[in-house]
Design a protein around this ligand. Structure first.
Ligand code: NAI
Ligand code: MG
Length: 365
């Protein structure tokens, strides 16, 4: 098998962290004799400046034909004033990709790294051993609703984005979530606001039914989203898999990044399906959780760990190379343990210095 990877650096620090992660991808695949076919393309405002569109049709065709996409980030304040015709997926190259590939389940993995326990804003004893995945629904809800707009006919302008989910959307999402939990500590927390939202009521009912009928071996709990945010700050180590809609998942995943010391540490993997046993055989998107970080772009100090750990997820889910994934994670931990750190995690190393150290540690493991 040749693993076909499409690398889209995107905007801001995106190309810096993707460049770093590609070095790890190449070393790791060589070490297990896995042939790679990597192609690169522009995404977001970088594509806009070059081609006049945030994503070209050719790029979408390539995305459909690959096994995995490695994406940096999109977003550039310089272009914030531009409004493109169409729905939310037309405004943003990454939203378009998520929508086209229907990668509705986004796994965002937050861990407390031993080397960074003192660097976070938590007491070390509160976060030690934290290892949780927020699974965010990525193709529905208010963020993708076609029912949105601004009504200027009244005395006061009225803006709206409808938060809606179909039963089928919740079902397919819940199944991926339970499947992931089965491969971990078998504990799912589903988050909603079923006390106030009707969409939240359906969410709870459907997740509950799928869990009880199809995954009786997985322990399921429900929390209201506000309480979940509170509990996550008080006792993060108690969580395993958190299922949340597009909006709550966006917020809770950034919040959970605090246990790892920096938003730059968090990887993600987005799927349109997950087979039993946890394998994706359709194009999946791997990307760090952070954005384009315009405040540090071009300085060579972006933390590449979130993107490198996304490559580990790529090996696990798109290539079935679980040992190789664990080895990359081990190499990142080892690099941190030897004192390598970018400024966001309290050090003064560059993106390339950390990457070199991760590769050195990988080769030793
Ligand atoms: P951001 O994630 O880009 O940055 C938030 C803070 O974290 C900044 O202080 C930044 O310097 C720091 N940071 C983020 N990643 C880092 C890394 N790898 N190493 C070191 N420090 C890092 O979020 P922000 O500032 O809200 O948004 C900036 C732009 O990114 C906006 O245009 C936004 O729309 C876009 N964005 C894109 C996302 C994506 O493509 N997946 C996700 C979130 C935001
Ligand atoms: Mg976010």
């Amino acid at each position: 098998m040749t693993l076909k990877v499409l690398a889209l650096g995107g905007d801001g620090i995106g190309p810096e962290v993707v460049g770093a992660a590609l070095q790890v991808l190449e070393v790791a695949s060589k070490s297990i004799g896995l042939p790679l076919d990597i192609s690169e393309d522009a995404l977001g405002w970088t594509a806009w400046e070059r081609y006049g569109t945030v994503i070209r049709p050719e790029t979408l065709s390539k995305a459909h034909a690959c096994d995995a996409l490695l994406v940096g980030a999109v977003g550039d304040p310089k272009w914030d004033h531009i409004v493109i015709e169409g729905g939310p997926e037309d405004q943003d190259g990454l939203m378009k990709l998520r929508h086209e590939l229907q990668v509705f389940a986004c796994l965002r993995w937050a861990r407390a790294h031993a080397a960074l326990l003192e660097h976070t804003s938590f007491k070390p004893e509160v976060i030690i051993n934290t290892d949780l995945i927020v699974i965010r629904e990525l193709c529905g809800g208010a963020m993708f609703s076609p029912t949105r707009g601004i009504d200027e006919s009244g005395q006061s302008r009225r803006a709206y984005d409808l938060n809606e989910y179909t039963e089928a959307e919740i079902e397919r999402f819940a199944r991926v979530g339970f499947e992931v939990a089965r491969r971990r500590r078998k504990r799912v927390l589903s988050v909603d606001k079923s006390n106030v939202f009707i969409a939240g009521k359906l969410w709870r009912e459907v997740v509950d039914r799928i869990g009880k009928r199809e995954f009786p071996d997985v322990e399921l709990t429900h929390f209201f989203a506000d309480n979940a945010a509170y509990q996550l700050s008080c006792r993060p180590a108690d969580f395993d898999v958190i299922l949340a809609d597009n909006l709550f998942g966006d917020i809770l995943s950034d919040q959970s990044a605090a246990v790892s010391g920096s938003l730059g540490m968090l990887p993600s993997a987005c799927f349109s399906h997950l087979q039993e046993g946890g394998r994706s055989e359709r194009p999946a998107i791997y990307e760090p959780v952070h954005g384009s970080a315009p405040d540090i772009v071009g300085q060579g100090i972006a933390n590449p760990c979130g993107t490198i750990l996304s490559v580990a997820m790529l090996f696990e889910y798109s290539a079935g190379e679980i040992d190789c994934a664990r080895k990359i994670e081990g190499a990142v931990d080892a690099a941190l343990n030897s004192g390598f750190a970018t400024p966001d995690i309290g050090g003064d190393h560059t993106t390339q210095q950390i990457t070199d150290e991760v590769i050195r540690q990988f080769s030793r493991l």
